[in-house]
Design a protein around this ligand. Structure first.
Ligand code: SAM
Ligand code: SF4
Length: 336
């Protein structure tokens, strides 16, 4: 007889949301220093032994796949700087999952064959400005030209490329139209992401650019040319649109002003092997230690999912949030 929590039961939380999408942070390190992600003072570098080895990543992932995970995204830090990342990608490619990656694309040219062999079709690239000097200032490094050339390389190799743009008032909100114009002749999906509060990123409500502000800009710029809503896929965090006669699309991810928690199917695994049931959750369960102690991970995973808050990790509203109210890791140590 089937037990109540047999391995084949889907990962459902109290609201009945099914969790089948695992985002794994492979490393807390990065070759860029985006100021909204990496705290000004950097992060404390910890001993290698606190992080999952590639074998541990694969062992832990297999438990999630047995529990019904069908999609995996590699993220970080910068996933493509992890030693052994090619091996991890290849091994994950053998599992019955859709495999995707979020990267800053600095090193992507070294992994084209690996990504193809593993069946990766969709690649999300972060790029917050189309102006070289501004991008390099945001990321505190000088890789703009390399990233642009790698984005074109990905497109040449027919990957489905999404560009993540974190919009910050007074920094890059004047580039919304330039980004959208890029979709006219290029088959990419631009995704404007609301700036979110994490440890050490000097967030405040005034710096976010809301869903409505973006739509107002789009309405005033394209009222004659026209644009339309595109059918969003299930569990899509982005509301997508397309200009008339364009080959690409653009979308808005508004976790702050229009959260998409109702349909959330995401689980996060940090580079040090902690499960986070929400980007904004303060609670974590230590899967890596349990794995090293040869414990069964299934009850820990199920209990982490069951205790998921209905919305935004239990943070009701962000309107009055300031830096001191942020009780979360910095984004670079979570994995976006
Ligand atoms: N290094 C890779 C990259 O940049 O694509 C993957 C890791 S990065 C943490 C993943 C995503 O999180 C990126 O698209 C980044 O723009 C986004 N992100 C980081 N900090 C953020 C913040 N404070 N608010 C919104 N998005 C953020
Ligand atoms: Fe690095 Fe990505 Fe964070 Fe930028 S957003 S610092 S590229 S992890």
């Amino acid at each position: 007889m089937k037990t109540k929590h047999s391995n084949n039961d889907p990962l459902l939380d109290k609201l009945g949301r099914k969790h089948d999408y695992l985002r794994i942070s492979l490393t807390e390190r990065c070759n860029l220093r985006c100021f909204y992600c990496m705290p000004e003072e950097g992060i404390q570098l910890r001993e290698r032994s606190v992080f999952m080895t590639s074998k541990e990543v694969l062992d832990i992932v297999k438990v999630f796949v047995d529990l019904g995970v069908t999609k995996i995204r590699l993220t970080g830090g910068e996933p493509l700087i992890k030693k052994d990342v090619a091996y991890i990608i290849k091994e994950l490619g053998k599992l019955p999952v859709e495999l995707a990656i979020t990267t800053n694309a600095v090193n992507v040219n070294q992994f084209i064959d690996t990504l193809k062999e593993a069946g990766v079709k969709s690649i999300n690239v972060s790029l917050d400005s189309l102006i070289a000097d501004k991008f390099n200032e945001i990321s505190k490094r000088n890789h703009f030209d390399k990233i642009m050339s790698n984005i074109h390389l990905l497109l040449d190799h027919k990957f489905d490329v999404k560009i993540n743009v974190v919009l910050i008032k007074g920094v890059n909100d004047n580039e919304i139209i330039n980004f959208i114009n890029w979709t006219k002749n290029t088959k990419i999906n631009i995704r404007f992401i609301e700036f979110m509060p994490f440890d050490g990123n000097n967030w405040n409500w005034e710096k976010k650019v809301s869903y409505q502000e973006i739509i107002d800009k789009v309405n005033s710029e394209y009222s004659i040319e026209g644009y339309h809503k595109v059918q969003d896929t299930e569990n899509d965090t982005s509301r997508n649109y397309q200009l008339k006669n364009s080959v690409g699309t653009f979308g808005i991810i508004s976790s702050i002003t229009n959260p998409f928690c109702d349909s959330c199917n995401r689980i996060r695994l940090t580079a040090d092997g902690k499960i986070k049931n929400c980007l904004f959750s303060q609670e974590e369960s230590d899967l890596l230690s349990a794995h090293r102690n040869q414990q069964d991970l299934t009850p820990l995973i199920r209990s982490a999912i069951t205790s998921k808050h209905p919305e935004r990790g239990g943070n009701i509203a962000f309107e009055n949030f300031t830096e001191k109210d942020v009780k979360n890791r910095s984004m670079i140590t979570i994995g976006g």
